[in-house]
Design a protein around this ligand. Structure first.
Ligand SMILES: Nc1ncnc2c1ncn2[C@@H]1O[C@H](COP(=O)(O)OP(=O)(O)OP(=O)(O)O)[C@@H](O)[C@H]1O
Ligand SMILES: [Mg+2]
Length: 489
């Protein structure tokens, strides 16, 4: 039994759901009952320090983080709470805290000294800071922040670089005993490494009790009365299956259906390699081009090959995006030839399009600014048979498209391909490369044993296709006995 008001408060304070019920309301004046998962969630801090929760949309994420922060700022300890949101317009958690505190006269009078849009001060010196880490600011204002609690809402919308440069260092300093919450959906559009990070976090939780993970999908949400079942059924009908899984079932899109797995792609990263200004002695340079059809992009990729171990590193990249600017083929060919001669490329694989004849003619004959490409350096040119120019380039028919991707995947798995990811251009290339590869889904073609790779909604595949064409060089070399590995023309 409580002896006085302070004692009663202390008793309630130690039971977060009871405290919530007594002091917070749901915004329309009714006491706030935490749902079952929210009750479990607020208890997690008693046993773990780094808590990552994957949730369905609309299940009450921002609310529970708001409850937690309001609770912690009205307690006996001096806390410094940093609430992160991807942008200021998404600071739902912080706004929830303010709403909760303002609508509770008891809490506001007894604990709060000041509150404004960026910061809440408690009478005992505790602080809550509202932090946005948008791309524009680069999160600069937040660098060097010190906190005892770090709460990150919509973790999936925060870029990898910001996570590494801003949030991780706060987590890393060991001077203060702190708790970190990540909460969000398993959407890896913004941060392609999110799934791998999540898997690592889960693995760590098996051996290190400071790490905990928690999953709340829409089905649990419905069962516990957090979301409307009809709304979920409608969403299930409206959304493509992988999107529904991500947004509501708290599952990273089914990777078993992925032809290129995230792990396979991440394993290719070479943090020490960069794009090159020109050729280096002892290496062979190759190139692939996928010409834009309709509204996709033209992609030009140059690779540096070490013939001693058949290792390929991407060393230059250029793309034309017709949505930004319409570029005629002559200008595109000109760029291809520029890069071709800059690297003195010995093997080029253009895709063969319906406009193939005209483009191949241009590539062979050259432009105003650059010489054309000698026939023997084209993919598809067979010196023995002296193949006709019509067959130059790669025509990815059903079977050949299948072969091309299987070869590319094999080369990736063999560890023969490296991708740089450190500097800005390299980073853009890497992010697009991972995104496009990973989002190719396998579709079986009825009446054939071949597969078709289809891009996910909102994703391109032109860069992945170009890189798969580039890998054909490795396949060609594989077939020949080692002695013939010397390229000459
Ligand atoms: N325990 C609760 N009791 C009553 N209402 C709640 C509770 N938890 C959440 N809500 C209400 O449910 C709605 C969704 O909650 P919230 O915004 O926290 O969900 P979310 O998972 O963050 O959603 P989003 O996916 O949009 O970010 C809000 O209107 C919120 O007030
Ligand atoms: Mg939310």
């Amino acid at each position: 039994m409580a002896t006085d008001e302070d004692d009663l408060y202390r008793l309630l304070y130690n039971d977060v759901p009871a405290w919530t019920l007594c002091f917070l309301n749901d915004g329309v004046g009714k006491p706030l009952f935490l749902s079952k998962w929210q009750c479990e969630f607020v208890e997690l801090e008693k046993r773990a320090k780094f808590i990552w929760t994957l949730c369905s949309r609309k299940v009450g994420k921002s609310t529970v983080l708001g409850v937690k922060s309001a609770h912690d700022v009205c307690g006996p300890d001096i806390e410094r709470i940093a609430i992160f949101a991807p942008t200021h317009s998404q600071d739902f958690v912080y706004e929830n805290v303010r709403k909760f505190l303002k609508s509770s006269p008891y809490l506001f009078e007894n604990f709060i000294a000041n509150d404004n849009a960026d910061r809440i001060d408690a009478k005992n010196g505790s602080v809550i800071n509202n932090r946005s880490v948008s791309q524009n600011t680069g999160g600069a204002s937040v660098r060097g922040e010190f906190a005892t609690k770090v709460l990150v809402d919509e973790i999936q919308s925060i870029e990898k670089s910001i996570l590494n440069q801003i949030i991780q260092p706060i987590v890393a300093d060991a001077y203060s005993d702190k708790t970190v919450y990540y909460i969000g959906t398993p959407n890896n559009m913004t941060n392609p490494d999110l799934e791998a990070d999540w898997e690592r976090h889960k693995a760590r939780s098996k051996t290190n009790l400071d790490y905990a993970y928690f999953v709340v999908d829409c089905w649990r949400g419905i069962e516990e009365g957090c979301i409307n079942a009809q709304y979920i059924r409608d969403q299930q009908e409206d959304l493509p299956r992988p999107d529904f899984q991500m947004e509501y079932e708290a599952k990273f899109p089914d990777t078993s259906q992925r032809f290129y797995t995230m792990q396979m792609l991440e394993d290719c990263v070479d943090t020490k390699y960069h794009f090159l200004d020109g050729p280096r002695p002892g290496y062979t340079y190759i190139m692939a081009v996928d010409w834009a059809k309709y509204l996709n992009n033209t992609q030009i990729v140059v690779g540096e090959v070490d013939l001693r171990n058949l290792h390929l590193s991407y060393c230059e990249w250029y793309m034309f995006n017709p949505k930004e600017r319409k570029v005629d083929y002559e200008e595109q060919v000109d760029k291809v030839l520029e890069l071709f001669w800059k690297f003195n490329v010995s093997w080029i694989c253009p895709d063969s399009t319906s406009t193939q004849d005209a483009i191949i003619e241009l590539l062979k004959n050259g432009t105003e600014n650059h010489d054309g490409i000698p026939l023997p350096r084209f993919y598809g040119y067979d010196r023995d048979k002296n193949t006709d120019a019509q067959n130059l380039g790669y025509k990815a028919t059903l079977q050949k498209n299948d072969e091309m991707h299987r070869n590319h995947r094999q080369q990736l798995v063999k560890g023969r391909i490296s991708i740089p990811n450190q500097r800005p251009r390299e980073r853009r290339f890497y992010e697009r490369w991972v995104d496009e590869h990973h989002n190719l889904h396998v579709k079986n073609v009825s009446g054939s044993q071949h597969i078709r790779l289809v891009e996910g909604p909102g994703h391109d595949k032109d860069l992945a296709v170009t890189c798969a064409m580039l890998s054909l060089f490795l396949k060609e070399r594989d077939k020949k006995p080692a002695l013939m590995d010397i390229v000459g023309w």
